[in-house]
Design a protein around this ligand. Structure first.
Ligand code: FA5
Length: 340
């Protein structure tokens, strides 16, 4: 009677072990069959009540059943462990031969892109690319450009003065002076860079912005030469015909002087906050170099003359990329920057 029950428990347990689908199910089988207070344990307790001769054979039978069940539990448990490891390895599979992802790479700012394009263009036309200091002397920023201390033109370019008399340059024009001092005539140079003004900021005015200065000194340079270079530059930047207009403009360091406006590419000339509803955006100042400026830098105006221009690089980037507010350019906002 006891022997057949043990047999039944054994075969039933082995079936359940084989059929278990998870380690948790297996554990339930273990607790039922060989756990403390499990079925086998009950048999052991019952066996104690039997006659000694029956006890011996039943004891052997019970131990044999226990060993079989435990061995089956162990091997099934090992199967589950192997399967779990296998699926973890599949899920966490890593190809160590793949190249590492590397750090996130930045990219050039739209103003830098325009600046590089213009540098390449002017270099191909034989212009040297010069750099000048952002902290300038009063002499290079104003006096050498025919703007003495009492000249009202200084009011239009109010700036940040530093202790010791230097200032944050208000335009890239002081690099004209440095270029003439360093290179002498004939010369062709451009000088891109950052400039500063005490300015009320709006959609088209910043306190910190970029300009690109250009200068050509030679014999018999004319306004026609100037217009030719300005047109070549704008066609290269916009890659299409743009409508420009030239107006007389006063800058003490050129004579005659002009301002060149581009028809607003954001509104097509119909009027918007960037062009202040006028349809035109002032893009650059230019003219033929004033004899006083040549003379101050040691160049004889009877022998040499030339043209100079100062282009608003920040505004050019706005027109080129359709940026409707100058403040985006220095905002550091990645939503804006990642579009370029
Ligand atoms: C000048 O700065 C002269 N140095 C330009 C020049 C050079 C004239 C050589 C003649 C010969 P102006 O202040 O107009 O000029 O500035 C030149 C350009 O810089 C403007 O046409 C405009 O495009 C840009 N600009 C001026 N002020 C700002 C500002 N606050 N924010 C953004 N762009 C500006």
């Amino acid at each position: 009677m006891l022997a057949s029950s043990i047999e039944e428990l054994e075969s039933r347990s082995l079936e359940r072990i084989a059929a278990a689908r998870s380690a948790e199910e297996l554990e339930t089988v273990r607790v039922d069959a060989v756990g403390r207070k499990g079925r086998l344990d009950q048999f052991f307790k019952e066996m104690g009540k039997r006659a000694p001769e029956e006890r011996k054979s039943a004891g052997q039978r019970l131990n044999a059943a226990k060993q079989k069940i435990e061995a089956a539990l162990e091997s099934r448990k090992a199967e589950f462990a192997r399967a779990a490891l296998g699926s973890r390895l599949d899920a966490e599979w890593l190809d160590l031969t793949l190249p590492a992802p590397g750090p996130r790479r930045g990219h050039a700012h739209p103003i830098t892109l325009i600046q590089r394009e213009l540098e390449e263009l002017f270099a191909s036309l034989g212009f040297a690319v010069l750099d000048g200091p952002e902290v300038e002397t009063e002499y290079h920023n104003f006096d050498a450009l025919n703007i003495p201390a009492d000249h009202p033109a200084r009011d239009a370019q109010d700036t940040f003065w530093l202790e010791g008399g230097n200032l944050l340059r208000t335009h890239t024009s002081p690099v004209q002076v440095r270029g003439m001092e360093r290179l002498g005539p004939p010369l062709r140079m451009i000088a891109p860079g950052r400039t500063f003004r005490n300015e009320s900021v709006d959609a088209s005015h910043e306190h910190t912005f970029y300009q690109l200065e250009g200068m050509m000194i030679d014999r018999q340079v004319s306004v026609a030469n100037l217009i030719h270079f300005m047109k070549a530059m704008l066609t290269a930047v916009f890659r299409r015909e743009v409508t420009v207009r030239l107006r007389p403009g006063f800058f003490p360091f050129v004579e005659p002087g002009f301002e060149l406006d581009v028809q607003c590419l954001l509104c097509g000339g119909s009027g918007c906050p960037v062009c202040k509803q006028s349809g035109w955006v002032e893009q650059l100042g230019c003219g033929l170099v004033h004899p006083n400026v040549l003379r101050t830098s040691g160049i004889d105006p009877d022998e040499w003359n030339g043209f100079a221009f100062g282009l608003g690089l920040t505004r050019l980037a706005m027109m080129r990329y359709g940026i409707d507010d100058i403040r985006w350019l220095q905002s550091g906002d990645l939503r804006f920057l990642e579009q370029f």
